[in-house]
Design a protein around this ligand. Structure first.
Ligand code: NAD
Length: 430
């Protein structure tokens, strides 16, 4: 049966792939990327689509569609998250996998890029159904993932618990003396099963650090600055947590259920407590007023952190934005047309492949610990993360100044040049 995707959804999905390709081509043109290497990088290496049956709590069977797209592994094993969301499809997975390749390359990690997930709305399913869906998906992926081949991690609507189910299922398919060698098949695991200290906050901490480095460079004091956050999940919450600790004031939040606003400030911890007790929704939070979703991005503030889905800042709402800094916690939140408008208005954008790279760097530290049988302390992880991100931020800023380009183009240039060098040195088999 062929099902039709509603027009708006279709535009958003096509938009993500179109966006990442336009970003890539723009940077490739600036550096005059070797035409043969461009041909390799503009397509994905492998694309896996699996349909698998799962028994529901009521005894009925439902068939799900899962995806894993492996874009490139010239620098190391494929790496990237698994998303559980109705918008997951092959184009979304392709776009997000490509962003992962640029992100890991920019961060100087020994990884390539991948992404995947299942097209579903998790809130429709019980915890035990989600467990069976996850385990059966892992089984369907089989040896297309692996600790030295392709290493998934959490993304939208997946969390350490989901990673633990993947780990357990994957390890259960191995012979007993092989099992513990496979601990690093996923990252973002709970601490009790090989997770790393600090991985929970790594992405949000990284978004915060990038904002801090930007502020240091611009000689802006973050104390008292107002910020708004779209998405109050892993990335949105931890970003808000660290910004609030620095003295900045959270004035508005939007999540999948709606938007809330208080110009005098919203307590990050109180909002977290409320949403946890309210099935993950911020709606109805007593210390803020509900506002229309369409008014969110136009709110008066200094910093805007999109930390939910792709294509949220578009030509439709870009000109209403009042923030002077956009720090992209999400992947692909700003489309190319919106970016042109924002840059013209003099708004700075810390691009996703830099801004949210703390997550994959934290995942790399978890992978290294599992691989080497080590356990690092929280302070050690956070220090390493800060040092690495400072290096990335400085490189992007330097390239942006030297080339006279915006930060996204600079970040793409660094990422693509590293891949170009790898291909030039290795050559093409056979
Ligand atoms: P999450 O599932 O923990 O949280 C997602 C949040 O977004 C929730 O608050 C949800 O209500 C909200 N949301 C969903 N649909 C929305 C909509 N249409 N409008 C507004 N809000 C909406 O997910 P996460 O892990 O925090 O990921 C958020 C973004 O950050 C994604 O783009 C993801 O790819 C990116 N990212 C995540 C990580 C990570 O380590 N988790 C790393 C890098 C990038």
């Amino acid at each position: 049966m062929i099902t039709k995707t509603p027009k708006k959804k279709r535009q958003q999905k096509q938009g993500m792939l179109d966006n990442v390709m336009r970003q890539f081509n723009h940077a490739a043109d600036i550096i005059g990327l070797n035409a043969n290497i461009r041909k390799i990088l503009e397509v994905t290496n492998n694309e896996l689509v699996v349909h698998f049956p799962v028994r529901m709590d009521n005894g009925e069977v439902e068939v799900f569609t899962g995806y894993r797209v492996q874009h490139n592994n010239a620098l190391g094993p494929y790496k990237g998250g698994l998303r559980y969301h109705p918008t997951v499809d092959i184009d979304a997975a392709r776009a997000l996998a490509m962003w992962m390749t640029w992100k890991t390359s920019l961060a100087g990690l020994p990884y390539g890029g991948a992404k995947g997930g299942i097209q579903l709305l998790p809130s429709k399913y019980s915890q035990s159904e989600l467990e069976r869906i996850t385990r059966r998906f892992t089984y369907a992926l089989g040896d297309n993932i692996g600790p030295e081949l392709d290493i998934p991690a959490p993304d939208v609507n997946t969390n350490p618990q989901v990673m633990a189910w993947i780990l357990d299922t994957y390890m259960s398919t191995k012979s007993p003396n092989e099992r513990s060698k496979n601990m690093h098949v996923v990252t973002g695991k709970p601490l009790g099963v090989g997770g790393s200290e600090g991985r929970d906050r790594a992405t949000g901490f990284g978004v915060f650090l990038n904002i801090k480095f930007w502020a240091e460079n611009k000689k802006v004091d973050l104390k008292g600055k107002k910020f708004i956050v779209q998405g109050f999940g892993n990335v949105g919450y931890w970003t808000a947590y660290f910004l609030e600790k620095e003295g900045a004031i959270l004035t508005a939040v939007q999540d999948a259920f709606g938007s809330v606003y208080n110009e005098d400030g919203i307590s990050v911890e109180k909002l977290l407590e409320y949403s946890q007790a309210n099935k993950g929704s911020i709606l109805g939070f007593a210390d803020a007023q509900a506002i229309e979703n369409k008014d969110f991005f136009g709110l008066d503030c200094d910093i805007c952190v999109p930390a939910a889905l792709g294509n949220q800042i578009t030509a439709e709402n870009a000109s209403s934005i009042k923030a002077y800094l956009i720090a992209e916690g999400a992947n692909g939140p700003t489309d190319v047309e919106a970016e042109k408008i924002l840059l013209k208005k003099g708004i700075d954008i810390i691009p996703d492949i830099l801004c949210n790279s703390g997550g994959v760097i934290g995942s790399y530290y978890e992978w290294l610990q599992n691989r080497n049988g080590e356990i690092w302390h929280l302070e050690e992880v956070m220090e390493k993360l800060e040092k690495k991100l400072r290096g990335s931020f400085s490189r992007v800023l330097k390239t942006s100044k030297e080339r006279g380009v915006d930060m996204r183009s600079a970040a793409f240039i660094i990422a693509i040049e590293r891949l170009e060098q790898a291909y030039e040195q290795r050559g093409i088999f056979p």
